[in-house]
Every structure is written in structure tokens, then in C-alpha cells.
Design a protein around this ligand. Structure first.
Ligand SMILES: NC(=O)c1ccc[n+]([C@@H]2O[C@H](COP(=O)([O-])OP(=O)(O)OC[C@H]3O[C@@H](n4cnc5c(N)ncnc54)[C@H](O)[C@@H]3O)[C@@H](O)[C@H]2O)c1
Length: 262
């Protein structure tokens, strides 16, 4: 999909987030950092001075993110992991120890909204992986863990499904928002826990659907008249994660150009 056919660019601006209170070399793990929203979050965080664990089942994608971070002078470590597997996650934490104690976590990886397969399997993968990665992080990094942000969706929270969404998807994204509220109260702010509900965001997952009637109809309803950039989600994630968002705990923030109000 070319930018001219889409009539908008595919990437937004980079933001310098060093004023948000992160300390240089503090460690962040981003799951699904090899593509899309996770990649944009990892790159923006690394450019802001964080050392970033790039977890992805697609090691080639994570390596490419690491290469782009290194080219920008940042520090990261690509780790091959399927967040749906206990043993793989345990090994990923062992590998990530090379960066130092992990203070921040972004739960971003998850099956796509059109993933086929059994409802229960997809639901378990999508919600169970957030629980698996978060609880193992807290077991290993209690006292260090400061903040976690999980990627939910407008689907299942602010709007229902459509014929293009598999049923597990809104169920899982609603559950991730509910689980975030549980974390926010269960641990009394240590760590803080928040979630983002992206609208239509231009990533390798969604770009193939551009131009199709369902996608065009969704974008036409967005008051800002365009899809969002992964960098616009990244900046919101990193604000909630950061010390600057230090009194925000348990929210689900829509980042959708106003789509849910249309
Ligand atoms: N793009 C959107 O419009 C949109 C809207 C709402 C919510 N989201 C959510 O944002 C998140 C990221 O979506 P995206 O559009 O950037 O997708 P993407 O496909 O561009 O990137 C997802 C990355 O996660 C990795 N991944 C998938 N399953 C994994 C697993 N089991 N273990 C480890 N890594 C795994 C993939 O290899 C890929 O690199 C997802 O949770 C998605 O549901 C996206």
C-alpha cells in the first residue's frame, strides 16, 4: 500500500520523551516488538534512553528493530519468545537479565482480530499471555517493577464487534481492560497498571485491509478523518508508563481519533 493510494503517510513523527522522567538505561520489555505498535514503542523508548528487551516470536522482526535502535544510538536486546508458552517466557526473562532489572513492561503481543482457530484457544492465548508475562515479571522483579501498560482495543470496550472481527477478539480485549483494573488494585500501585485502546492504527497487520469496504467505512467514521500512526500509540503508551503519568492507575485510554464518539 503506497502512501499516495492511502492518501496519508504510514508513519507519524518521533517524539523526544526524555522529559517524562525515565532514567537513562532503565529497562523496559516490550512484547511483540518486531512489528507495528510494539516496534514503534520500543524504538521511541530506546531513543528516550531506556534499554529495551525486544520480545517477539518472530526473531527476524525483533532483530530488525534492534538494528534500527542501534543505528539511532540506543540499547536493546532481541529475544525470541512465544508469550503463549510458560517455558519460553521463563527463558526470555533469563535472557533479558543481561539488560538489568526490568522496571517497565508493555504487553502488546497478541493474536490478530481475524485470527482463525478455536475461540477458547485464542482467548486463552490473548489474555493468558498478558497474565503469564506480568506475573512472571512481578515474581522476578518485585520492588523494581514500576509500571505496566497492556494493549487492549476499542473493540470489546467502547464498541461491539463487526463481521470482520473473530468473536474471541472483543472478548479478549475487554478482559485485558478488566485484568488491568485488577492489577491496579491488587498491587496498590506497585506497579501501576494501565491499558491503551487503539482505534484503527496503520501497522503491517492492518495495512493489507486498507481500501477494503469495511476498513474504508471505519476510517470514514473517525472524526479526524484518518487512521492513527503506531508512533501515536507509542507516545501514549510511554506517557502512561512513565513517572510523568505517576498518578494514573487502572485506566483504559482510547487513542482512536475520536472514533468511539462518532
Ligand atoms: N493495528 C491496530 O489497528 C490495532 C487496533 C487495536 C488493537 N491493536 C493491538 O495492538 C497490538 C499490536 O498490533 P499490531 O497491529 O502492531 O500487530 P503486528 O502484527 O504489526 O505486530 C504484532 C507483533 O507481535 C508478535 N507476536 C504475535 N504473537 C506473538 C506471541 N505469541 N509471542 C510473541 N510475539 C508475538 C508478532 O510476531 C508481531 O511482531 C495487538 O495486541 C493488537 O490486538 C492493534
Amino acid at each position: 500500500m503506497s502512501e499516495s493510494r492511502l492518501n496519508q503517510p504510514l508513519h507519524g513523527p518521533q517524539y523526544d520523551l526524555r522529559a517524562l522522567g525515565f532514567k537513562t538505561h532503565e529497562v523496559l520489555v516490550v512484547t511483540g516488538a518486531g512489528s507495528g505498535i510494539g516496534k514503534a514503542t520500543a524504538i521511541m523508548a530506546a531513543k528516550s534512553g531506556l534499554a529495551v528487551g525486544l520480545w517477539d516470536v518472530d526473531l527476524a522482526g525483533a532483530n530488525e528493530t534492534a538494528r534500527e535502535i542501534a543505528a539511532a544510538g540506543g540499547n536493546s536486546l532481541a529475544v525470541a519468545v512465544d508469550v503463549g508458552e510458560d517455558e519460553a517466557v521463563t527463558k526470555a526473562w533469563e535472557a533479558t537479565r543481561a539488560l538489568g532489572p526490568c522496571r517497565y513492561l508493555v504487553n502488546n503481543a497478541g493474536p490478530g482480530s481475524s485470527s482463525t482457530g478455536a475461540f477458547n484457544d485464542n482467548l486463552t492465548l490473548a489474555v493468558g499471555s498478558v497474565h503469564r508475562v506480568t506475573t512472571s515479571w512481578l515474581e522476578l522483579h518485585a520492588g523494581v517493577a514500576a509500571s505496566v501498560v497492556s494493549i487492549s482495543s476499542v473493540a470489546g470496550n467502547f464498541m461491539g464487534g463487526s463481521e470482520t472481527l473473530q468473536a474471541f477478539y472483543p472478548a479478549a480485549k475487554g478482559a485485558i481492560a478488566a485484568y488491568t483494573r485488577h492489577l491496579a488494585t491488587r498491587y496498590k500501585g506497585k506497579p501501576r497498571a494501565n491499558a491503551i485502546a487503539p482505534g484503527v492504527i496503520l501497522t503491517p497487520r492492518t495495512i493489507p485491509y486498507l481500501g477494503q469496504p469495511a476498513m474504508s467505512g471505519n476510517i470514514a467514521r473517525i472524526p479526524m478523518g484518518r487512521a492513527g500512526f503506531p508512533e501515536e500509540i507509542a507516545a501514549s503508551v510511554l506517557f502512561l508508563l512513565s513517572p510523568a503519568g505517576g498518578y494514573i492507575n487502572g485506566v483504559l485510554l482510547p487513542v482512536d481519533g475520536g472514533w468511539i464518539h462518532s
